[in-house]
Design a protein around this ligand. Structure first.
Ligand SMILES: [Zn+2]
Length: 223
């Protein structure tokens, strides 16, 4: 360009020049001017720096938003975890669930031997609320009875004695060579056991009435 641009015009054009909005001819004139003018060069440098900083802001904002989102997620997850823990805690202390009845709340009565060697017994339990489950596990050698009562952890209901139905346990098994050697009640664990009957124990023989009751039971069973 024949006519050299003066500093004022160049500096007016610089913002557009930096943004790439100026035409090729203007760019060429500005570059020619900058090559010889230290002042405008400095202005360009400071403007470029500012522009970069301005452009850098949205990036920082995005990062900041990401951080906020991450923090919100952390808060949300933490809230869920805390809520679940509170619910579990409430359930633990106030919810009704099954508890094994300890052996010191259980008594065994009417243990006698039938003429065919079968052992009869009745288990009673001193429980609050109600008995939810009774299990009788027999592997052919030992029989283990358990009782569960459904109550709250800190139940303030009064206890009452509940007798379970009669039980007859055959000691000799016709279909296998197994012979039962022990019948137990198990409360809170293996160390909380009551021996109901063990092989070799001296227990009463059934009277006529008890034998009749047993026959009645067998008839019902096979019916
Ligand atoms: Zn200049």
């Amino acid at each position: 360009m024949e006519q050299r641009l003066n500093c004022k015009i160049v500096q007016d054009l610089l913002p557009n020049y930096i943004e790439g909005l100026t035409s090729n001819i203007t760019n060429q004139a500005i570059q020619e001017h900058l090559a010889t003018c230290e002042d405008c060069k400095k202005v360009l440098e400071s403007m470029t720096k500012e522009t970069k900083e301005i452009k850098a802001v949205p990036y920082k904002q995005i990062n900041f938003l990401k951080k906020i989102k991450r923090r919100q997620w952390t808060i949300a997850i933490r809230s869920v975890v805390i809520s679940v823990l509170i619910l579990l805690g409430v359930y633990y202390f106030f919810g009704s669930r099954d508890f094994p009845v300890p052996s010191n709340s259980v008594s065994v009565s009417d243990v006698y031997e039938l003429s065919d060697g079968t052992i009869h017994y009745i288990i009673s339990a001193n429980v609050q609320a109600y008995i939810s489950t009774t299990t009788s596990y027999n592997d052919g050698i030992t029989e283990i009875n358990r009782i569960y009562e459904n109550r709250r952890l800190t139940s303030d209901e009064g206890k009452s004695f509940v007798s379970l139905p009669d039980r007859w346990t055959s000691v000799k098994h016709s279909n296998t060579s197994h012979v039962t050697t022990g019948i137990y009640y198990e409360g809170t664990g293996k160390n909380d056991r009551i021996i109901i009957w063990e092989k070799g124990m001296n227990i009463p023989k059934a009277n006529a009435e008890q034998e009749a009751k047993y026959r009645e039971y067998l008839e019902k069973k096979t019916r």
